[in-house]
Write a protein that binds this ligand. Sequence first.
Ligand SMILES: [Zn+2]
Length: 213
Amino acid sequence: MDIILLGPPGAGKGTQAQRLQAKRGMVQLSTGDMLREAVAKGTPTGLRAKAVMEAGGLVSDAIVSALIGERLDGAAANGAIFDGFPRTGHQAAALEILLDERGRKVDHVIELAVDEEALIERITGRFTCASCGAPYHDSHPPKVAGTCDACGGHEFKRRPDDNEQTVRTRMAEYRAKTAPILPIYEEKGLVRRVDGMASIEQVAAAIDAILDG
Ligand SMILES: [Zn+2]
C-alpha cells in the first residue's frame, strides 16, 4: 500500500504517519529527511545531491526520484507514505513511473483537512506552564485561574509563532504547494479527505477505514 499524505501544519500529519509506520510497517518518505540521510550515509545519490547543494544548486527531480527508488526497493518495500512529494505535475508523473516499475501505484491520497478558523483557535489558544510544561488551552485552562494544576506554578507562556498571522501564512503556503497536484489525483478519484480537526483516535480510525476499505 502506497499513499500520499497531505495536511497543513497543525493537522496532525506527523502523528498519523508515525502511527502508520508502527502499525503497518509503512515508511514515511519525506524529501528533506531522505536527502539529509542519503548525504550523511554517502550513498551514490547522496554524493550527487551533496555536490549540487554545495554548489548552491537545487536538487533535481532526477536525484529525488533516484532517492525514492532506493527507498522503494529498501525500507519502504512494504509501503510508503509520501510526505512533501510530489509537488508538481512532473513529479507526480515521475512517481507514477517509479511505482509502476515495481508493480505498485498510489493507492490513496489522504488529505487531513482542517477548518482554518478552527485551526487558528486551536493553535493560538494553547499555552504551557513555564515551570513544568503542562499544556493548557484557553478552552481548557487550569482549574484555578493562574495556577498550574500540575505544579502550582503561576507563570505561563505561549509560543511566539502560535499567532493568527503565522497560521494563515502556513495555510496559504500549504494551499499553494498542494494546488498543482490535488487536481491530478482528484481526476483519478484517489483523493480522500479526513477531518483533521477530529481527535487523534478518530482521525486514525478514519484513515484505517480508507486503507482497509
Ligand atoms: Zn506547572
